[in-house]
Write a protein that binds this ligand. Structure first.
Ligand code: SF4
Ligand code: MG
Length: 335
């Protein structure tokens, strides 16, 4: 499948009074054309920082991409100037956040806001912009769009506002849409509608989607592939079935055991005990070791190498690695 975005060995740090927080520590992934890749993990795992780095939206300083590349259309986004980035943001790569109110201006009608984006990026007349704004509202399922264009954000429900934000993000037909917790603020029924809308739009436009979420229920509904992040790294990635049915990393298993599943009626939910490590001084070995029931001596000392379990399924865990020292508890000193 065609790769539309390639993130290679991305490292992002933030300098603070307490020291340097290493929020993203060597993230690698490809995004394929027309797919939905979910990046999942607990808050603070670096998933939002990763997605904001793609758009170069992390405040620099205190944030800094310290290493790695983000390739889009033969360009390394980490190397572009602010004017070059401005051309890409919105037009080629667009982003949607959790709270639609922060993306909407409360003092302008939604018609004016959608049209402003169209006029700014496409340099078309007001009449043409209005026509396109109406088409967009139809695409995202806003009823009576002609009347709705004249209304202000507060006149819409949360779910409708998120639909409008999605419409605004699509006006320039971006190739990549990054959605950071786009349904977290919405109730479950509306959440399902918005997720269906993403799928619908993807079928109609072919847009590639990166979905950032802490919610495996959301992942199950829309993702083609899943990357599980922990303490600034992707610890397991695979297609949706592989992650849900053959997830091998103890952290992935922990996440799966901590959410209710309809197919396993009556199974007890087990929360993951403990908390993620401090990213001021992240552990040298596996960052999950302190919470892992299977942790071995080697885990704390050496970060596990990537092990391929299938063409698309990768895991960073000594348990799965045939290169692990044998017997597995033996101390190794040469890596
Ligand atoms: Fe657990 Fe070791 Fe695997 Fe880390 S590498 S998840 S500590 S078994
Ligand atoms: Mg976040």
């Amino acid at each position: 499948m065609e790769k539309i975005l390639q993130v290679n060995d991305l490292h992002v740090s933030f300098s603070t009074y307490g020291g340097e927080v290493k929020a993203v520590r060597g993230v690698n992934f490809d995004l394929h054309k027309g797919e939905t890749l979910a990046i999942v993990g607990e808050s603070g795992c670096g998933k939002s920082v990763t997605s904001q780095s793609i758009m170069r939206l992390i405040p620099e300083p205190p944030g800094k991409i310290t290493k790695g590349s983000i390739l889009f259309k033969n360009k390394d986004l980490t190397k572009l100037s602010e004017p070059e980035l401005r051309k890409i943001r919105g037009a080629d790569i667009s982003m949607i956040f959790q709270d639609p109110m922060t993306a909407l201006n409360p003092t302008l009608t939604i018609g004016d806001q959608i049209m402003e984006g169209i006029i700014q990026h496409k340099k078309v007349s007001k009449t043409e912009a209005k026509k396109q704004a109406l088409e967009m509202l139809q695409l995202v399922g806003i009823p009576s769009p002609i009347e709705r264009l004249k209304q202000y954000p507060h006149e819409f429900s949360g779910g409708m506002r998120q639909r409008i934000v999605i419409a605004m993000s699509l006006v320039c037909q971006p190739e990549i849409l990054i959605a950071d917790e786009p349904t977290t603020a919405l109730d479950v029924t509306i959440q399902a509608q918005i997720l269906r809308l993403f799928k619908d739009i993807q079928q109609k436009t072919g847009v590639s989607i990166i979905l950032i979420t802490h919610d495996l229920g959301v992942v199950a509904q829309v993702a083609d592939r899943v990357a599980v992040m922990y303490a600034g790294r992707i610890v397991e990635a695979g297609n949706r079935r592989e992650i849900f049915y053959k997830g091998e990393h103890p952290y992935t298993k922990g996440l799966l055991n901590s959410v209710p599943r309809l197919d396993l009626d009556g199974e007890e939910l087990v929360p993951i005990v403990g908390s993620p490590p401090d990213l001021f001084s992240p552990p040298v070995g596996c960052a999950f070791a302190a919470r892992c029931d299977y942790a071995m001596e080697v885990c704390e000392r050496v970060y596990p190498m990537k092990t391929a379990l299938s063409e698309e399924h990768y895991v960073d865990c000594w348990l799965q690695d045939p290169r692990a020292p044998k017997p597995i508890k033996t101390v190794i000193s040469t890596i």
